[in-house]
Design a protein around this ligand. Structure first.
Ligand SMILES: [Zn+2]
Length: 125
């Protein structure tokens, strides 16, 4: 594997991917979904079954717990973009890691990621 041309291609792909990350800085780790809500106004029709919505919510992990964050209509685009940005950055990092492994393997003597018996024993200690 790994002609000089292929390795240069991988390096160029890696640089292009990393260059995209700064523009994806407004990211949020979560998911978005819509749901119907019951409000806190006493006597509101939502308490007798006619719930408000659908409204968009973000499902996020905050301080180690799963939370729901209400998203106002005016911020729906921003919320979707933020979740998408997070997923794009994750995909970029996975691909860059894959490229780095290929570049690393091209430099490493004794190619391959097979475990030898010795290193398998070492790992069990
Ligand atoms: Zn209500």
């Amino acid at each position: 594997m790994g002609s000089q041309f292929e390795l240069d291609e991988l390096r160029r792909e890696k640089e292009a991917l990393l260059a995209r990350i700064p523009s994806l800085g407004n990211l949020m780790h979560g998911s978005y979904f819509s749901r119907h809500l019951v409000c806190s106004r006493p006597g509101c029709k939502c308490h007798s079954g006619e719930k408000h919505g659908p409204v968009m919510c973000l499902g996020v992990v905050y301080e180690g717990r799963q939370r729901q964050q209400y998203v106002p209509k005016s911020l729906e685009g921003e919320a979707v973009a933020a979740v998408d940005a997070y997923n794009q950055v994750l995909a970029i990092l996975d691909r860059v890691s894959d490229i780095n492994l290929q570049l690393f393997r091209a430099k490493a003597p004794g190619r391959g990621v097979k475990r030898s018996h010795a290193s398998a024993r070492e790992a069990r200690k």
